[in-house]
Design a binder for this molecule. Structure first.
Ligand SMILES: [Mg+2]
Length: 232
């Protein structure tokens, strides 16, 4: 029997990466009147990766990277009006509605009747809390952890804080890098539910020699049945 079942939020319970893709498209439109390098997206990817240690994950970090990239690729000629339009990308993302994926609500409702559920998400604290409130799902979660990153150390600290045994912990998420590999490394169980869109930063190949503590499912609607059959 699992002691706790934990869920990732972004791109596991609700749409997220789609808003970043759309933000990038608007960014391209804003800069369309400037002479731009062909590798604009690669330069933005590199800036985002470089900025994570400074600004963490989330929309705030993203918009700093958009502005920094705009300044760099326009050789410091980007106008204040265009910087304002880039800031508006972030505000629109923060205001965007929370679009739940299929199967999410009934799955959480049913599982929460038998297990304590935990939400583990990384990103801007205020934005993640707002999304959870607006999702209408907060009542299903006994614990909510908004963390700066999802490393093995962060999961270990969560296990200690909640007195959890790794072998009785199940994590469900769309990111191999953040939701699956660190949990398996610590001896926990993980269900990988790949999302249609994933940020290149979160991509990792499936682990070699798959653990019997790991399973990949196509969508969240299959989770409840899998737990019923395997939920020791
Ligand atoms: Mg995710």
């Amino acid at each position: 029997m699992f002691e706790v079942i934990a869920f990732d939020a972004d791109d596991t319970l609700w749409e997220n990466e789609a808003y970043y893709r759309s933000g990038r498209e608007t960014f391209h439109q804003i800069l369309a009147s400037y002479p731009l390098p062909a590798d604009l997206d690669d330069r933005l990817d590199a800036t985002e990766n470089r900025n994570i240690p400074y600004f963490g994950y989330g929309v705030t970090s993203f918009v700093f990277s958009l502005i920094e990239t705009a300044i760099s690729v326009t050789e410091q000629t980007v106008s204040a009006a265009d910087i304002q339009r880039i800031l508006d990308i972030a505000k629109n993302m923060l205001d965007a509605r929370v679009d739940l994926f299929d199967h999410v609500e009934p799955t959480l409702r049913h599982l929460s009747e038998s297990y304590p559920l935990m939400l583990i998400t990384k990103g801007d604290l205020m934005h993640q809390q707002n999304k959870l409130t607006r999702s209408g799902l907060s009542g299903y979660f006994k614990h909510v952890e908004v963390v700066a990153d999802k490393t093995p150390e962060v999961y270990r600290a969560i296990f200690e804080r909640h007195h959890l045994t790794p072998d009785r912990f199940l994590m469900i998420g769309n990111s191999m890098r953040s939701d699956i590999l660190p949990v398996l490394e610590l001896g926990g169980h993980a269900i990988y539910v790949p999302s249609k869109l994933i940020w290149v930063h979160e991509h990792r190949d499936l682990p070699e020699g798959l653990s019997d503590r790991f399973v990949e499912l196509e969508h969240l609607g299959q989770v409840e049945e899998w737990i019923r059959q395997n939920g020791r």
